[in-house]
Design a protein around this ligand. Structure first.
Ligand SMILES: [Zn+2]
Length: 251
């Protein structure tokens, strides 16, 4: 039904003294006459995002739907790059984000003001079915209106957990980092496990980690190879850069 391409792989980490990395997952789904992006990343990802869209032979104008898991800057701001798309997000999330005063938080206030009056904004309720095969599931905690999406109709269903479950460690430990309400996040993790286990083979695509599925023992196994690194100028020569592979532990 849908061909799925994870254009940008989420990364399960944070920087030590420069705030959020914001390396979040962007997934492209094509089929049923629609071209759908689930989350659209941060400003910094734009060059790579553009490259990956081009490699997938997907013109920005052809995107019919941008489906946002929540309002944080690292998942939402690039909705502006898709002029013909409906923008889907939770009603609870938009109401909360719009009512939050400007502050030292991960909300992109000007983009949210724009989105609130966007002519193609589509607000979703808990358990709502929308687009072919999609349902929205309210999973609060990380933010009050985080939505997790389940897509059925392909041979295997897919669960997009956004930041309600950012990575494998959160799914396995049943605890979350960076949550506004730890108790709500715990209940949301239960709900996500329920969606994941509902049908064998279901893929989980989290907000900040590789795609996973459950192995025969019911443990999450990664699909694909992690790629992540940075390079820096520590030398006096501009041509000399130190590269740091951060795709795996150093030991
Ligand atoms: Zn977030």
């Amino acid at each position: 039904m849908y061909k799925i391409d994870v254009l940008i792989q989420g990364y399960p980490g944070k920087s030590l003294c420069h705030g959020g990395l914001g390396w979040s997952t962007i997934a492209l789904l094509r089929g049923e006459g629609r071209t759908i992006l689930v989350d659209v990343g941060a400003f910094a990802v734009r060059p790579e995002f553009g490259k990956q869209l081009k490699a997938a032979d997907c013109a920005p104008e052809s995107v019919t739907d941008v489906v946002l898991t929540h309002a944080h800057w690292d998942h939402s701001v690039n909705y502006t790059l898709f002029p013909n798309a409906d923008i889907w997000i939770g009603r609870v999330e938009m109401e909360w984000a719009s009512a939050t005063p400007v502050g030292f938080n991960p909300l992109p206030e000007l983009y949210l003001q724009d989105l609130a009056k966007h002519p193609k904004l589509r607000l979703l309720e808990d358990n709502e079915a929308f687009l072919p095969g999609f349902t929205a599931h309210l999973c609060p905690g990380h933010t009050p209106g985080c939505l997790v999406y389940r897509m059925t109709g392909n041979d295997v269903p897919v669960v997009f957990s956004g930041d309600a479950a950012k990575n494998r460690a959160e799914m396995l430990s049943m605890t979350t980092d960076m949550t506004m309400d730890a108790g709500a996040s715990r209940a949301s993790l239960d709900r996500i496990w329920g969606l994941w286990k509902q049908e064998p083979g279901t893929l989980l695509i989290p907000g900040h980690d590789l795609t996973m599925r459950l192995d025969a023992a019911g443990k999450p196994e990664y699909i694909g190879q992690r790629r992540a690194g940075i390079k820096a100028w520590f030398n006096e020569d501009l041509a000399v850069m130190e590269e740091f592979d951060i795709s795996a532990p150093r030991f």
